[in-house]
Structures are given as C-alpha cells and as structure tokens.
Design a protein around this ligand. Structure first.
Ligand SMILES: Nc1nc2c(ncn2[C@@H]2O[C@H](COP(=O)(O)OP(=O)(O)OP(=O)(O)O)[C@@H](O)[C@H]2O)c(=O)[nH]1
Ligand SMILES: [Mg+2]
Length: 671
C-alpha cells in the first residue's frame, strides 16, 4: 500500500483581536514557509489583507495558509473574531480536524470566547487552547488558567508553563518533555527546568501524566511500575484523548514575539488526528471516514470572487487522493465539475500543487456552479452538508439606489452573497426594493463598502417593507377575458376559473379541469403562470397574495388570435377580478423561534418576546446554564432579533427561526 503524507486542517478561532492572524504568520515563519512575519497594522500578514479588512483592522473572512512539519502538512484556517462573523467560524469548524482556540493572557475569557467554545463543542471538533500575548504588560498566566478552567472544566490540561512573564518572557516549560524551551536566535534552546520553577513544574507535570496515562492500559501499567513513558507515546495517547474530547490541551506563548510557536506547530502535528466529517448521504446522517485510498470526496467551504483569477472555490479533501485533472459530480446539482489543476492558498496567493491527499485544502478555479457547502464526489454518490438552522436576522434593511444602478446593485449583492452565506438578499416585488439581511451592523457596513469598492455603486438603506401578505376571503367563480383587435391579428383568450381560499401556507394550488381542449393543453401552463405573476404583484391592499386554490374548468380559444401571452393575461385578469369581488384579508407570517440564552437572562428574554407579540410555547433548561425558549412570533417583529437578543444577553444568546404559519394581521399594521 502506498504511504500517504499526513494532512490535517486546523481552525484558528478566538474573539476579536486575540492575535489569530498574527499567530498564522508566526506559525508559517516558525516552520520555514516565510522569512519574516507581517504586521496586522501594515496589512502585510497572510490573512486580513483585503481593503475592508485593513480599514477595520480585523479579519472579515477565512484566511488560509499551510505549514509543513517534515512531510506532514497542516492547513491553518484563520477565522475572524467579530461576533457578526461567527458564520465564518462555523464554516471553518465544518472541515477542521482540530480547533485552536486562541485566548489572550490579558482578558482571557469573554462572552465571545464562551460562544466560540460552545460552537466547537457542538461541532464535535477537538480543541487545543493557546494562551497568547504572554509578553503583554498585564499578562497573567495564572489568572488565565483559572478563567479557562472555569470555561472548559476538569478536562483542561496544561502542557506548558511560561518561562518568565510580560516583557521578560523567555520561553516555555514543556511538561511532556520535562525541559525548558528558551527562545534563541534560530529556534528554541532546550534547557533544564530552572530550579525556582522545578517544584511547580513537577506538580503540574505529575497531574498531566496521570491524566494522559489513564487513556491507555499499557501506559498505565508502565506508569504504575514507576516507569515514565516517552514523549512520543504520551503525545500519541494525548491525541486520542483530545480527539475523544476527554482532554483539552493548553499551551502558551506569544505570537508577536514567536514564543512557544514552533513548539505549538510540532505539537499540533503530533496530536491532530483526522476527524470524520458529519454529512448526509442519500438523506441519512453519516460520518465520512477520512480514507486516502477511497474515491475522492471534496467539500467546498469558501468561495472567493477574485477580479483577476475569477471564481475560486476552496474545498477540503474529505477523502481520497487527487492528482491532475479530474471530473467529479456536484451532489447538489448532479452536474459534472472538471477540476483544472490544483492549488493551495498562501494568504491571498494561489500556489499550484501536484497532488492533494485526504485532509488537504485545495483551491479550485473555473468551477462556476460550486457553492459553499457543496460536495463533489464520483457519480452515483449523493452527499450533502447537514442542514444548519437559519439564524434569526440581525439587521434587515431595504437597499435604496439610483434607478440607473439597479442592475449593478442586484448583481453585486448576488456576488457578495455567493462568498458570504451570512448575507441574505431577496427582492420585494411590491416595493421593488432589494431587501438584505445581515448578521449585524458591522456586517452591513462592510457589505456596503464592498459593494462600493468592487462594483462601484453607492447605496443607502431604509427600513424594510413590512412583511405582510393577503388572501381572498371567500370563493369566487370568475371569467378572465382578453379580446383585442389591433391592426393585423388580435389577442384572444377566455378562462373560467373557480378561486377558493386555502390554508395560506400553500401559496397556490392550481387544478386543471379542462376537458375537450376548450383551453388547449399548451396554454394551460400560461394561465397558471399569469395567476402566479398577479399574486406576486400584489392584491388590492398592496401585498403579495397567498393561499389560493385556482381551478381552471372552462374557457375559449381562437385558432389565430390565441397565444401563451394572451392566456397569461387572461389568467391574471381572472385572479384580479376574484380578489376584487371577494375582498381580501391581510395576513402576517408567524415564525417559530428557538432562542438559546443564559438562564440568568431568561426573564428579560421572555418579557422582550411578549413585547414582540410573541407567544411562548415552552422553556427548557438542561444541565448547562443555558435555557431554551420556543415561541411563535410574527415575522415583522423579528427583523433585528438576532442583534437585539445579543444585546439582551451579553452577547451569549442566539436564535433560530423557521416559518410556521400565516394569520390575520392586526389592523394597526395595515396602513
Ligand atoms: N503583545 C502582543 N500583541 C499581540 C500578540 N499577538 C497579536 N498581538 C497584537 O494584537 C492585535 C490584534 O492581532 P490580530 O492578529 O489581528 O488578532 P486577530 O485575533 O486576528 O483579530 P480579529 O481578526 O479581529 O479577530 C495586533 O495589534 C497584534 O499586533 C502577542 O502575542 N502579544
Ligand atoms: Mg484576524
């Protein structure tokens, strides 16, 4: 059997400004991939270099760069820390073997850190903690450890202690190897543990070794016989324990001063095991095995629309080995996708590669139809990402643009949404406005800045149209008649349609009862489409029409003057007269909301829901400090709920929404 080099993916996650992007450069430098690190402030780092990222001094999307340790390759994914962009963290966790949770030694655990920790646990991604910025003035390793123990619990296992503190930081103590790693030009110097730290080191080391050896019977035996297992054996068992979630290793250093960074790289290489990826195969939940010998399976997790290179799809090799040109099938579309050569990303640069193995991340050009979350496999297999519940919108606004820019704005937003699934764009037929949902104020601001820079359009925003609908109140039997004689041949179509109100969750049910070809077969579809268009265009009160059963049972045709277009018009005329005759009632959509909030904020969250005309269905609290509230709330009250809930819960709450039913809207909402 051919041997395959090892490839793993590591997601760097952590709250805003803890030093993830700085650490990415430091890791690449420490492993020989770059001569010197860039500086975030100068925009010279591998990640965070697009103009919006530089302007805001923060990462806004996933950056990626590989590091090599001997033959092994780790692809690092640097996620943004901004709370609005938590979707990017989720996408990194979707494909990562390990999450490197970066905290800083000055303000180690905040609400954002808790949210990220929770996401990694939910995604079942093993976590390594890196305590960064030990060189900072107010760095406090012991306080950091206490805060992290509170977050992580007893599974937290320090593998290192700092050597020195603040500006005096000199290196780290490696507890597994029982030695000091002292910073020196050209790499760390291995030294004896200094006497003044020996007692503490021995104590922490003993409890670490105990925590590791219990994971392996042979090691336990040897340990009880007084033998100390070697570092390799310890690291191997540590890797298994970490993958199982029963140990969360903690290491420390300084990304800025390159302290503990080379050691971090080699540790990740030793302990990162490949993680089976959860997916749906033919609709069933499966865990995809990471087998380099298997048929190739790729999962796209990032799309970049580059002005020069075009569209770049970044995908993880979930299984198999790829070389050269290859044709795979997109599970979502069923269409073939030809891979034209492989590359990887080094920050913003595409670097060609010959071969990719399981665990590699590849950048693919010229794949026009692949979207984030798509699977590419051999024909005959159908894979999909597990569905992710839809987050409540945090900001919903209507876009106001110059009429001449309409098209540019629509294309621009559609492009941006391809790269950014947290941006949702829809067209409101009545107000003729584009309505966008973003994950927060900053996300909205950045979206508008990108629109300006990349598509050269400036837009404003205004409150979105109130999402209301209307339906007819009683059944009507009507005739839609189009008869026009203009010059040559005319337009002729007559349809007789019975309209009845239906459960409004069904937009339209169309029944064809035509016999004897009184409306020719080929025109029946046009009648339906005419009705649909008229429904979207709005009823007499100005809202889209829903909940209609239309039964086409009679009509008339003319051998010369009838056409598809004529029957479409007749269909839409029929709907309009039915609505006028019956009158309409205005409806609003009620959403089912599932909010997860810290138990201490439950009272405020319930009061707030009541203020939104919400009806609470139930609350639940498991053994964590999180409570889950389920409620029915009108859509119109939820346009900023994601953001409001974050504010109400110190950043820790989140809500998911799904449409539930439509009901009569209060009169006060209808102008
Ligand atoms: N003193 C000190 N400063 C650091 C260290 N690492 C990063 N910084 C500084 O912290 C600031 C933020 O660093 P980034 O690397 O951009 O942090 P980030 O986690 O990528 O931030 P976001 O992308 O906004 O989430 C920069 O000014 C860095 O120079 C460190 O180890 N020590
Ligand atoms: Mg960053």
């Amino acid at each position: 059997m051919a041997t395959h080099p090892k490839a793993r993916t590591v997601a760097l996650i952590g709250r805003n400004g803890v030093g993830k992007t700085t650490l990415l450069d430091a890791l690449v430098v420490a492993t020989g991939g770059l001569e010197r690190p860039g500086r975030v402030e100068d925009g010279t780092t591998l990640g965070g270099t697009d103009p919006e990222e530089r302007r805001h001094g923060t990462s806004l999307g996933l950056a990626s760069a590989p590091i090599w340790i001997g033959e092994d390759k780790l692809t690092l994914l640097d996620a943004p820390g901004a709370p609005d962009l938590v979707g990017e963290v989720e996408r990194a966790l979707d494909v990562a073997d390990v999450a490197l949770l970066v905290v800083d030694a000055v303000t180690p655990v905040t609400a954002e850190t808790r949210v990220l920790w929770r996401l990694a646990r939910e995604a079942a991604v093993p976590v390594v903690v890196f305590v960064n910025a030990l060189d900072a003035d107010h760095a406090d390793f012991d306080a950091t450890l206490t805060a992290l123990e509170d977050l992580v619990g007893p599974t937290l296992a320090p593998l290192e202690l700092p050597l020195g503190a603040g500006v005096e930081i000199r290196g780290v103590l490696d507890l597994l190897a029982d030695e000091a790693l002292v910073d020196a030009a050209g790499g760390a110097r291995h030294e004896r543990v200094p006497d003044e730290l020996a007692e503490r080191e021995a104590r922490v080391r003993a409890s670490l070794l105990e925590a590791i050896v219990v994971g392996d019977d042979r090691l336990t035996e040897r340990y009880l016989e007084g033998e100390t297992p070697d570092v390799e054996a310890l690291e191997e068992t540590l890797g298994h324990l970490m993958s199982a979630g029963s140990i969360v290793p903690l290491v420390c250093g300084s990304a800025l001063r390159a302290v503990g960074v080379a050691r971090l790289a080699s540790l990740l290489d030793e302990i990162a095991e490949s993680r089976p990826i959860p997916a749906l195969e033919n609709g069933e939940s499966v865990l995809l095995a990471r087998d380099p010998q298997a048929d190739p399976v790729l999962r796209a997790f990032k799309v970049i629309v580059d002005p020069y290179v075009g569209r770049i799809v970044v995908a993880e090799v979930v299984a198999g080995t790829l070389a050269g040109d290859l044709t795979l099938v997109n599970s979502r579309t069923g269409g073939e996708e030809r891979l034209h050569g492989l590359s990887y990303l080094l920050g913003a640069k595409l670097v060609p590669m010959d071969r990719a193995v399981t665990g590699d991340v590849v950048a693919l050009t010229k794949l026009a139809h692949v979207q984030i979350g798509d699977y590419l496999t051999r024909r005959g297999r159908t894979l999909a990402a597990p569905p992710r519940p839809v987050a409540a919108p945090a900001m919903t606004v209507a876009v106001v643009a110059d009429a001449k820019d309409d098209e540019k704005v629509a294309t621009g937003l559609a492009r941006l949404a391809e790269e950014d699934p947290a941006l949702r764009v829809r067209h409101d037929a009545l107000s003729r406005r584009l309505v966008i949902e973003t994950a927060g104020e900053m996300h909205l601001q950045v979206t508008l800045e990108r629109l300006k820079r990349r598509f050269n359009v400036t837009v404003g925003t205004e409150p979105p149209p109130v999402p209301l609908y209307e339906t007819l109140t009683s059944a009507r039997d009507v005739e839609g008649r189009l008869k026009k004689q203009t010059g040559g041949h005319g337009q002729f179509a007559v349809v007789n349609v019975r309209f009845e109100p239906l459960d409004p969750s069904t937009p339209l049910e169309f029944v064809d009862e035509i016999v004897g070809g009184v409306v020719p077969r080929q025109y029946v579809g046009a009648v339906k489409s005419g009705i649909e268009k008229a429904m979207a265009h709005g009823g007499p009160q100005g809202f889209p029409v829903v909940g209609v059963r239309a039964t086409l049972y009679d009509g008339k045709t003319h051998s010369v003057d009838s056409s598809e277009a004529a029957f479409e018009v007749a269909g839409s005329m029929a709907l309009k007269s039915a609505l006028e005759q019956s009158g309409t009632v205005v409806l609003e959509r009620v959403m089912e909301v599932e909010a997860e909030v810290p138990a201490e904020h439950l009272g405020e969250v319930l009061t707030d829901l009541a203020g939104r005309r919400g009806r609470v269905l139930g609350t639940d609290q498991d053994d964590t400090d999180l409570a889950v509230v389920r409620a029915h709330v009108p859509e119109a009250e939820l346009l900023r709920y994601g953001l409001d809930l974050r504010r109400l819960t110190g950043g820790l709450g989140r809500a998911r929404v799904s449409p539930h039913h439509l009901t009569e809207a209060p009169r006060s909402m209808v102008k």
